[in-house]
Design a protein around this ligand. Structure first.
Ligand SMILES: N[C@@H](CCC(=O)N[C@@H](CS)C(=O)NCC(=O)O)C(=O)O
Length: 323
């Protein structure tokens, strides 16, 4: 685990000393946008045009943020428009790596970097910006034409995928409809801070206080969501929205990883009847189950985070995720 400093790779774990043991996530750096023809402005350097075959999405099958983008590729039927490949689950001294490994083959997604044949994801960042300083994260949405990173911010990549390529795919499913944007944003805000990032705040905390300060709101939100789901199929009624998919990728990792490895162990998702049934409903959405790779998920967290799990032993359980 490390980061780039002025374009040079430095192997360094998260620094929590300056923040009283708290894990603080850094902001994503590449924040450009892809637009459909009618909205694209060629004079704006932050605009990229929606085109078939032009973009490549680098994901980790272990990563909940990258997982959102992969789910949107499936929901929006973008496989023929955007190519995809995945990194190796182990994120060690060199950060994310592209090495191919028959032990971690995914039947749905090719491994490696088919565009540049790089060894490490940090090489993509320095190709896009030679003096880049910051973390090297996935997902990475790459433009093959301008040879640069369009975006490395999953919340924005899913908004792009939700809309920009509609005319090319003919898929007009909208997970961020105009009449629900306020409610989605409100839910996203709470779920991001207390659940999506909340589990990381628990897991990467280096003081008891910082850990407990993250644990309490995490379970308050899970209790709230259990209530919320007592009267509807999805978080905002009987139609899926972006908020559901942002929550799903954390829920599906919870019992297998966050409960043990990140010490989020007041309750499992299995102990929440409504949340568990909801997670199964989302999992059963066509083409979604194929995006869930528990082998990559468990291996990544337990093997890569040596400060939390120095033996790197990966647990065998849980026996089941669904009731
Ligand atoms: N805000 C980013 C966060 C992405 C992120 O933190 N990804 C993790 C993997 S789960 C990562 O690549 N971490 C590497 C690091 O922090 O050095 C997003 O949502 O896209």
């Amino acid at each position: 685990m490390g980061l780039l400093v002025d374009g040079k790779w430095v192997d360094q774990w998260y620094d929590t000393k300056a923040s009283q043991g708290k894990f603080i996530r850094s902001e994503s750096e590449f924040r450009n946008w892809i637009y459909a023809d009618s909205e694209y402005d060629p004079n704006n350097a932050n605009h990229f045009p929606a085109q078939t075959g032009r973009y490549h999405l680098y994901v980790s099958l272990a990563c909940p943020w990258a997982h959102r983008t992969l789910i949107f590729i499936k929901l929006k039927q973008l496989e023929e428009i955007i190519s995809i490949s995945c990194v190796h689950p182990d994120m060690l001294d060199n950060g994310w790596e592209f090495k191919k490994d028959s032990n971690f083959k995914d039947t749905n997604i090719a491994a490696g970097d088919p565009l540049h044949h790089f060894d490490f994801a940090h090489q993509l960042y320095t190709k896009a910006k030679p003096d880049y300083s910051g973390r090297v994260t996935v997902p990475i949405l790459w433009d093959k034409k301008r040879n640069t990173i369009v975006s490395n911010e999953s919340s924005e990549i899913i908004r792009i995928l939700n809309h920009a390529f509609n005319d090319l795919t003919g898929n007009f499913l909208n997970f961020y409809p105009a009449d629900k944007t306020k409610d989605i944003d409100t839910l996203n805000e709470r779920i991001y801070h207390t659940v999506n990032n909340g589990v990381y705040k628990c897991g990467f905390a280096t003081t008891q206080k910082a850990y407990e300060e993250a644990l309490t709101p995490l379970f308050e939100t899970l209790d709230f969501l259990e209530q919320q789901l007592s009267s509807s199929m999805f978080l905002l009624g009987d139609e899926q929205t972006e908020a559901d998919w942002r929550l799903f990728t954390t829920l599906i990792r919870f019992d297998a990883v966050y409960f043990g490895h990140f010490k989020c162990n007041i309750k499992r998702i299995l102990d929440y009847p409504k949340l568990n049934a909801y997670m199964k409903r989302l999992y059963d959405t066509p083409n979604v189950a194929s995006t869930v790779n528990l082998q990559h998920i468990k291996r990544h967290y337990y093997y890569s985070h040596k400060t939390i799990n120095p033996t790197q032993v990966v647990p065998v359980g849980p026996a089941k995720l669904f009731t």
